[in-house]
Design a protein around this ligand. Sequence first.
Ligand code: IPE
Ligand code: IPE
Ligand code: MG
Length: 255
Amino acid sequence: MLEKFSNWISKNEQERKVEDVTIENVPKHVAIIMDGNGRWAKKRGLPRIAGHREGMSVINKIVKQANSLGIEVLTLYAFSTENWKRPKNEVDFLMRLPERYLSVELPKLIEENVKVRLMGSKDSLPAHTIAAVDNAIEKTKQNTGLVLNFALNYGSRDEIVLAVQNIAKEVSAGKLTADEINDTLVDQYLMTNELRDPDLLIRTSGEIRLSNFMLWQLAYTEFWFTDVLWPDFTEQHFLEAINVYQQRTRRYGGI
Ligand code: IPE
Ligand code: IPE
Ligand code: MG
C-alpha cells in the first residue's frame, strides 16, 4: 500500500487519486490516541507489556506513511498524566519505550527528514527517557519534513493550568494586560505553541473519549474512532481515516 502510494506520488503526478485518498486534501496535522495495547495482549494470553511492544512497531509504519503522504505534523499520545496510576512494572516498561524505539529508528528518522518533538511535562519522567528524547530532538532539529510530536506525560488540563499560570505571571509582572489575552495568545502558551491545531483525530480500541488529550486544540478537529486495537492498526486503516476525513465538510460554525 505504502509502496503503491509512493510510486504514485513520484511517477503519476497527473493522477489525482489513490485508494480514494486525494493528495490535495491530506490533513496537515493528525493526532492519534494509540489505545488498546493491553487488550490486544490479553486476547492472546500475553502480559500487557507485550501489547506495548507490538504497538511500538505500528508507530514505525504510520510515521513512514504520514511522511510520504505529506502530512506536516503527527502527534502521538504515548503516555498520559493519568497513566502513572498503572502498575510499576508497566510504567517502567513504557518509560523504556522511547529509547528502545529511538535506538533503532533514530537513524532512519534523521535520514527521512523527520523532526522529533516532545509535548508533556518532563518533571516526573525518568532521566533515561528524557535523555533519549532530547537526543532525538537535537539530532533532528534541522529536519524540515514530518514533525513527529510525542505526547509523553501529557495531560491537557495540566497544559492549560500551566498556560494560565504563565499568563498570570506576565500580567502581574506588567508585561501583559488582561485585555491582551485572546485565543492566539493562549495558543502560544500551550505545549503545541508553534503547531497548527489537529485536522484529524484518530482513536483506536473502541473508546469514544478524549482522555485528557488536546482539549483546547481539538475544538474544530474531525474525529475518527475505530474498534481496531492499536497493535492491529495498519496503513490501510490510516488511509481509511484520511479518506473519511476528506469526505467531511468543515464549517467552523459557518454555513
Ligand atoms: C494504550 O494502550 C497505550 C497507553 C495508554 C500507554 P493501553 O495500555 O491503554 O491498552 P488498553 O486500553 O488497556 O487495552
Ligand atoms: C489514553 O489511553 C492515553 C494514551 C493512549 C497514551 P488510556 O487507556 O490511558 O485512556 P482511558 O483510561 O481508557 O480513558
Ligand atoms: Mg487504554
